[in-house]
Design a protein around this ligand. Sequence first.
Ligand code: ADP
Ligand code: MG
Length: 500
Amino acid sequence: MSKLARTVSDFLASRPQYTRDIGKLQAYIDTVIDWEAAHGLVLRAPKLDDSTSTAEWLKAALVPAPVALAPSPIPRSEFEKVVALQPALNTLFDRISQDHEFLSATLESLGTSDEFTARVYDMYLKQRALGIRKPGVIGIHRSDYLIDAPESGSHGPRAKQVEFNTIAASFASLSSIVGDLHRYLLDRTGFAGILDAGTISKDQLPENESLTSIGDGIAAGFGLYGRNDAIVVMVVQPGERNVYDQRWVESRLWEKHGIRVVRLTFADILEQCVVGPDNRLFLGEEEVAVAYYRSGYAPTDFPSEREWEGRWLVEKSRAISVPNLAYHLSGCKKIQQVLAQPGVVERFVSDRGTAELVRECFVGLYPLDDSQEGKQAYEDALADPTKFVVKPQREGGGYNSYGEDIPRLLGRISEEERRGYILMDLIRAPGFRNVLLRNGQLVASEVVSELGIYGIWVSDADGNVVVNRHGGHLLRTKASDVYEGGVAAGFAVIDSPLLV
Ligand code: ADP
Ligand code: MG
């Protein structure tokens, strides 16, 4: 029996509520895996460790992306609400990025607690002091939500914002393809007993334009640069596994817009690029109009000074970086926490109704500094840690503390270090049943889903808005007893919403 067949039979033995027909489930999984391979829904295989020989590794160069075997329910009204809200969030973050006073006061309140954020902030200050002018701004964002189901039943489930990503928001391409996979499975298999398809109609499985929206957004920004023969550099991490999600963006830029993309790391940029006359960035003979970052959000992306120098080369040039430094900083957890304080959203959003809608998505967010509020939050977190999550200024998954880890963390760090963290109310998303397929293993426990809405923003050098729209969605689903939700971080699978 193959490993997967064993997984299937163990799975069926432990989960009698799903189809009892092992042949049927095995065939269903084969259909899913082959469909994934045929449609570019793949990741590069993990290189097990440094001792894995290249030959060994290449035997399984690609693996099917981790997916849910059927879509997961999301309330339609909440889905439509956050999709409609996305342009207002894009505008909000653009205004934050332009408010130097607000950015500097907020980031300086972190003190010396966070070296990485301080470094990005220093680069932002340096760029600002030099008065470097870019031909435009491109924002590729993703606002993430969990559905909060209040126990009291005073109102229905509500989408609550987990965070707003302004840098390297990933999985847009693969997410759209998972939607196609689920629509196909509905038609061809009726979800094979994993989900009762009897009452499901196609319009509950929404189309998802996230496969094209990022490429189209970058192309619109590229147009502002004003040189059709220039290129886009996609700045990538060495050893990236989520390559095909990125290649789909590259294909869109080439096939629809005739724009060439070159993949480089920050270290490659330092080695291969130069800044020439008028601050133009060149890769050999080719002028770089846009540098789209799928790297640069974590300290590990800067293992040495060379990577910082590579980034600075882009930032000091005329090339449009996606995101720019102010956008990158605006996505910090600290900014999110300060935004939740009274009057702060209203500082940026003059329309009261819109500000209200933005606020409705927030849960309680608190500082952990030496302010009165920060001291209170510290006490509250120690008194009942199960109500909260503690977050440092990090992106990419796996850094947060929950439950009993909270007092351990707070006991370990100094008061100065504590300023670098925020406290957030834990959102309790309702669980439901689904089956997740991840690295050849079936996971069938209670699961919860996190909904992400992509946002696309382009404005010109004078601040005129060229594009401001939502750019499709991402659903990530994980076992409900796991706190963290990242796909790349190894916790979740890619899913698609079943609107209910
Ligand atoms: P990162 O930048 O590392 O992605 P996030 O703020 O998105 O940080 O947190 C990572 C994961 O932790 C989320 O995907 C979500 O699953 C979980 N999480 C974060 N905040 C909360 C919260 N307030 N309530 C419940 N789960 C949360
Ligand atoms: Mg996140």
